[in-house]
Structure formats: structure tokens, C-alpha cells
Design a protein around this ligand. Sequence first.
Ligand SMILES: [Mg+2]
Length: 257
Amino acid sequence: MVGLATGAGAVGRGVEIGPLRTSLPTNGGPVLDRLINALAARVARGEPCAIVWDIDGTIVDTRRRMLAAIHAYGRTDISLEQLCDTAPHTDDVVRDFGLDAQRFMKVWERVFWDASTFGTDRPIPEVVDRMRRAASLGIRNIVLTGRNAELRAASASYLQRNGIPFTTLLCKERGQGTVAHKVEQLGRLAANGLHLGAFVTDAGREIAGIQAVRGASALPCVIVAGRGRPIADGAGITAHVLPVALCLSAIAGKRRA
Ligand SMILES: [Mg+2]
């Protein structure tokens, strides 16, 4: 994601929350609903169908783990409401809050990926409700994540505990790039005769990588976005934005004051 506020004025006070800025269509919700209906019709005809979902920033809001990393780094002045995306990117956090990149990344690696804290993630209703509906219609929910394989058990446990239905959970091997991993796995799934109805993620770079290989029309893509985040339009991706609500009350209060 890309934070809204840049430049010297943003350092130390975080990002400013505003309306979702994108030139992409923001009809990701209705588009996904229509795709689910179309897949249900295929399933009824006996065709195996799936939707592929990312986890971090897509199924779950990971801001609390990012905030734990920021606090462990020493910036306890920063609050949850200053993180305006479902999964803030480390590059943006470093820039927006003026952190030392090398030192922060060491802390982030240790704190953010501590599986014992996965329980602090919050399911994103706009996504999870659609996963549940898809599952109820016989559509397979394939979770395709950039999390490393050693986090698979903790990830599956989280999804199960929170009643998030999935048929497959695909993690990557340590050292493999997330985009390459997702491109490869999507190709493998399609080659196995599964009809893939949609790919849902919060990362424009993943969509860019997939569309560079498969073309823009092969697989409908939906990009989950918290309010206040511009989408990476510059990447030339074709996608529908699904805006999701985040807790903005503290920022809104400050702005009114
Ligand atoms: Mg993600």
C-alpha cells in the first residue's frame, strides 16, 4: 500500500485519512457477488470452481501486529488509528513515521510474524461474509498466502477458530517471492482443471505480476482497500476495488478538533 501523506510534513504524525483515491472502479463488492452467483451456477452443473483469496490485508486486518512491531521498535506514541490500511506495508510505515528502515525491519520480522499473535488479527467482514456465502454454494475457497510454510498450522488454526471456510491453504517456501509464488500456484490450480472465478488480494503488485503472465482478462481480480489508501494505479492493473471500513474514529475526532 502507499500512504497518503508523504514528505517532511508526514514524518512522525503518520498518514492522513481521506476518501479512497483510485481511478479503478470501486465496485469490487457487487462484482464479487456477481462472480459468486456465476460460479454457483457452474458448480450446480458439476464443474469444480474456486475463488482464490490472500490472507493478510484481505481476509484479516493485520494492523494490530504492525502496531506491535512499531511499539516494540520504540514508537509507542503511534496509535492504531494512524494506520489506515488493512495491512500497512513496511515501506510506507518506515516513510510515514520516519523510522530507521534497517532497525525497524529487524523488529518487524520478529514481532509481526510471531504466530502466537495471529489472534490479534481481525476478520474483515466485507470479505469473510463473501467467503462464507461462496462456501455455502459449493465454491472452493482457496487461500493463497505469502506466509511461509512454517506458519501454515497457525494460519489454518486462526481461520478455523474464526469460522472462515477454506478448502486449501497454500503457503510459500522461505526465500521464495510472494508474487512468484502466487503466479506459480494459480497456474498450477488452473492446470488441474479447476475453474478459477476470481483472485482477491490487497496487493496491487500481486495483480500486476499475475496479469503480466496471464493477461488482464484471464482472471477477474478484486483489490481490498482500506479507506485512505491510493491504489497502485500506476502499475496498470485491471481490477475492481472492494473498499472496506477501518476504525477511523480517533483520526476523525482529531481532524474535527
Ligand atoms: Mg495481502
